[in-house]
Design a protein around this ligand. Structure first.
Ligand code: GLU
Length: 487
């Protein structure tokens, strides 16, 4: 194995569960930011050695969610333009279930060194042992019974077809230490650790074994992952020692919590990237928000696009405390990003969310009128209603329309509108001004009947923009309808 660590190499190593949790996305994003700012490489590896938890199309979903967020890997697993899973890079395969011969080679090395041993103990024996230890307030751990088996006994058991696992042979009372970039110096005594299963009875490696072999063979320099793995890290560090390889640098990230300070979970919260996509959050807003879950920029800047995040991200400023997922802040941030989009771009982004077909040009005009109010892209459906059809006009509004001055305003406006071909907000503004000049009616007396005639409402979005969004022909129809009513 090569130990050249001049270039930063990080990896995101999800298990294919069928969706990407935002906490997982945060891990991927931090890895990506660190790789990009150092000119290093980001690897995507799939950890699918738990054969009981396989989900169809899970790899495709994962890669798509990363892509949607804007995190692109340099090496490992990716999707072709046709959506096929492929792998690239010189340290593949990058899907663990395709690496079984490699794990075999390394487990043999550990067995030969007596750093690992075969264990034939039944589940019943292990359960009884654990229960007895718990009763005496001891850390539940394997008692190394099978370590005493002779070569002949082992052979006989294998020949008899007995199932076995391979365990790590941890020495007694030994300190294992490592430095974590977020949590500082960490030390564990092996007396508090179990002889970890490295190879399961189905022949597949456990996460703990595969992660070490792969990080080593893929020349990973920095492991950045969730804090739930801190207590496993001593086992990994010890495994590196047995393999004669220097461990990578470790950075563990604080857990992402919901507003009740519980771990954000798919069961109780919106937690999958897809949930946020479906709700109409912009990927760039979600990415910005997720970057701030557990980290903040030195000058407290909040709105940062990917390039700014790459520039400013500083792993030494990652917080230790759990990061609370504040929905209100995400909503605010999404609104900020929506406001920054051009009308045309916003219309394009809204298109997939429409519950009713509206052409892009009209949608851009509607976007211009309502974007200040939008929190998510889905909001367009409710906000565009008044532009598509006039709502029911209430009594108070009807009374205003019935006033003689209102009628004059609407009639003059009708004439002016008829003289136009298409309407922009600027032109609408001019028409209103021309009506004011011609009728001498201004202020509320001018604006109110116009707004009511077009929207049925007394208050609403910018009137000129609203008129442009409704469009000339539809405005004339709505006017005609009102003027007819009064005759
Ligand atoms: N497969 C592990 C997970 O899904 C990866 C942990 C690690 O990065 O080492 O959380």
């Amino acid at each position: 194995m090569n130990e050249n660590k001049t270039d930063i190499r990080v990896r995101f190593a999800p298990s294919p569960t069928g969706y990407l949790h935002v906490g997982g996305y945060r891990t991927a994003l931090y890895n990506y930011l660190i790789a990009k700012q150092s000119g290093g490489k980001m690897i995507l590896r799939i950890e699918d050695t738990d054969r009981t938890r396989l989900v169809e199309d899970a790899i495709e979903n994962l890669v798509q969610a990363l892509d949607w967020g804007g995190v692109a890997c340099d090496e490992g697993v990716y999707l072709t333009a046709e959506g096929k899973v492929e792998q690239r890079g010189e340290y593949g395969p990058y899907i663990q279930s395709q690496r079984l011969p490699i794990y075999q080679e390394y487990i043999q090395k550990l067995l030969d060194q007596k750093d690992a041993y075969l264990c034939f103990c039944s589940k019943e024996r292990l359960d009884t042992l654990r229960a007895a230890q718990s009763e005496q307030n001891q850390t539940p751990r394997y008692d190394k019974k099978c370590l005493a088996l002779t070569e002949e006994e082992i052979q006989a058991k294998i020949e008899a077809g007995e199932e076995y696992v391979v365990r790590l042979n941890l020495p007694a009372d030994t300190l294992i230490e490592f430095d974590d970039k977020v949590y500082g110096h960490i030390a564990f005594n092996t007396n508090d650790l179990d002889d970890q299963v490295l190879i399961k009875s189905d022949g597949y490696p456990t996460y703990h074994f595969a992660v070490v072999v792969d990080d080593a063979l893929m020349h990973i320099t920095d492991v950045i992952r969730g804090e739930e793995w801190i207590s496993s890290t001593p086992k990994h560090v010890y495994l590196y020692k047995t393999l004669g390889i220097e461990p990578p640098n470790y950075t563990h990230l604080p857990t992402v919590l919901n507003e009740s300070k519980k771990k954000l979970s798919k069961r109780n919260d919106d937690a999958a990237m897809e949930d946020f996509k479906t709700k109409g959050y912009l990927p760039e807003a979600l990415t910005n928000f997720v970057a701030l879950l557990g980290w903040s920029s030195a000058d407290e800047t909040e709105i940062m696009d990917m390039d700014e995040l790459i520039e400013r991200f500083d792993a030494s400023r990652i917080h230790k405390a759990g990061a609370v997922f504040d929905m209100e802040k995400l909503n605010w941030m999404n609104g900020q990003y929506i406001k920054k989009l051009s009308n045309e771009e916003l219309a394009k982004r809204c298109k997939p969310y429409l519950k009713e077909e509206v052409d892009l040009q009209k949608l851009a005009l509607i976007a211009d009128a309502v974007k200040e109010k939008m929190v998510t892209l889905n909001d367009i459906n409710v906000l565009m209603e008044p532009f598509l059809r006039k709502g029911v006009v209430g009594e108070e509004q009807q009374a205003i329309l019935a006033e003689p001055d209102s009628r004059v305003v609407l009639q003059v406006l009708q004439e002016k509108l008829e003289g136009t071909e298409s309407l922009t907000a600027a032109l609408a503004q001019e028409l209103i001004r021309a009506v004011q000049k011609e009728t001498g009616i201004k202020g509320k007396g001018l604006y109110m009947p116009i707004r009511i005639a077009f929207t049925g409402q007394m208050h609403g979005d910018d009137l000129a923009k609203t008129m442009a969004a409704i469009g000339r022909d539809e405005l004339l129809l709505r006017l005609k309808e009102e003027l007819q009513k009064e005759q």
